[in-house]
Design a protein around this ligand. Structure first.
Ligand code: PLP
Length: 430
């Protein structure tokens, strides 16, 4: 486990972007599509929980590539596994398999407590895992009780229910599941049949799940909506309602899975028909997965109905296996649960913080004013990477190896960061 206690102070705290970063950002502006806005910094290396920019300034990475770098940066177990696999066998088509692919699938089935007949499909990202889940739902719409069934039948049930505030990805199927109008409207028409229910309303859910519904998809904690957990009992109610209606329950653990919440999966205790994973699974190497639980869900997609060139690639699956084994070997579930609880308690005591949410090391906290974007900038100048999913909401999703000492450097700096953010906001600066 990392023993670092925090970043060295930035070379020129408060000075914004340095000259080397500036040069790269000019080149970025001339060559990269502008879908992400201007990057905050140009990062050149990382180690443990710190990263360094092109000007040599260090930052404590409290965002972890948005819940991706579970083992931090350049963890020796991950770099060794990826290097070893690339030296041995880098890629095969899906006409073949590899030991890494099989071993990771088996490991995922083990840690999810999957019943007999459960299966894994590997993709390259969260949105692709959810595309596969969308297609699974369509096939359930063809095979659900009261429909014709048969591998070639068009679905009779095409409704899929998701929640307001949901984020499931940016490709067309996953975008149809995503709620935010600003992401959806420019790309309409999206695949049809998706309805969004009010967040956390069990009665609305029960009323909506009937024989027209092929699947319900839920995030146990909505990360992009500001780390918003489903109310207690909601997942169980969804399990019961979907089972009674012959609909699939699909749980999107792309952001919450693989130890992020101090448990392997935030939905533990409720067995869905399918679960999607990505982000932390590869620890920084791109990978996604759809896990189907039990014989019935696992038989819905038949040979030829879905595919991918890179999904299940030996290097990506070797990375995934190394991440899972390292989480176990370094006891990172317990560790992240403990560090997260301490961090949340410390955040709640900071003046100007009005609410703290989340589990483990997926943390959202609200401020008493719309200064979150300015706080991101001020934090960066103070040597911390954080994120603002809303105007008054900040999010932390650091590596699971974060130490309590490193976390404390942030909570100690936060009052100053918020003061700087208030000052910048009052001058109209981001
Ligand atoms: C819950 C959830 N699902 C899906 C996605 C999409 O994953 P990706 O960006 O890897 O496509 C995200 C990404 O933030 C997510 O948080």
């Amino acid at each position: 486990m990392s023993t670092e206690t925090g970043p060295k102070p930035p070379a020129a705290a408060g000075s914004g972007v340095g000259p080397a970063d500036e040069q790269w950002l000019d080149r970025y502006a001339g060559s990269l599509m502008g879908v992400f806005g201007t990057p905050q910094r140009v990062l050149v290396r990382g180690s443990g929980c710190t990263v360094q920019d092109a000007d040599g300034r260090e930052y404590l990475d409290l965002l972890g590539g948005i819940a991706v770098n579970a083992l931090g940066h350049a963890h020796p177990a991950l770099t060794a596994a990826v290097g070893r696999q690339l030296e041995t066998l880098g890629h095969v088509s899906n006409f073949f398999t590899s030991p890494a692919q099989v071993a990771l699938a088996e490991k995922l089935l083990k840690i999810t407590g999957a019943p007999a007949g459960s299966k894994v499909f590997f993709a390259n990202s969260g949105t692709e895992a959810n595309e596969a889940a969308f297609k699974l739902a369509r096939r359930n719409g063809a095979a659900a009780p009261g429909t014709d069934g048969g591998a070639d039948a068009a679905p009779a049930r095409t409704r899929i229910l998701a929640l307001e505030g949901a984020f499931h990805g940016r490709t067309m199927g996953a975008l149809a599941l995503t709620a935010k109008a600003a992401y959806r409207t420019p790309f309409e028409p999206l695949p049809g049949g998706v309805d969004h229910l009010p967040f956390g309303d069990v009665d609305a859910l029960r009323a909506a799940v009937d024989e027209t519904v092929a699947a319900v998809i839920l995030e146990p904690i909505q990360g992009e909506a500001g780390v918003r957990p489903l109310p207690a009992g909601y997942l169980q109610a969804a399990r019961e309602a979907t089972a009674a209606a012959g609909a699939l329950l699909i749980i999107d653990e792309v952001q919450t899975g693989v130890g992020r919440t101090g448990r392997w999966f935030a939905s533990e205790g409720v067995l869905p028909d399918a679960m999607t994973l990505a982000k932390g699974l590869g620890g920084g190497f791109p990978i996604g997965a759809l896990i189907t639980f039990g014989e019935r869900a696992s038989g819905l997609l038949t040979p030829g109905q879905h595919g991918t060139t890179f999904g299940g690639n030996p290097v990506a699956t070797a990375a995934g296996l190394a991440v899972l084994e390292t989480i176990e070997a370094e006891h990172l579930l317990d560790h992240s649960a403990t560090v997260g609880a301490g961090l949340r308690a410390a955040l709640a005591a900071v003046d100007g913080v009005t609410e703290v949410r989340g589990e483990g090391l997926l943390i959202g906290f609200d401020l008493d004013a719309d200064i979150a974007p300015a706080a991101v900038t001020a934090a960066l100048d103070a040597g911390f990477i954080i994120n603002a999913p809303g105007p008054r909401t900040l999010r932390l999703a650091p590596p699971l190896i974060l130490t309590a000492e490193a976390a404390a450097t942030f909570t100690a700096a936060l009052p100053g960061i918020l003061a700087a953010a208030r000052a910048a906001s009052s001058k109209g600066q981001p």
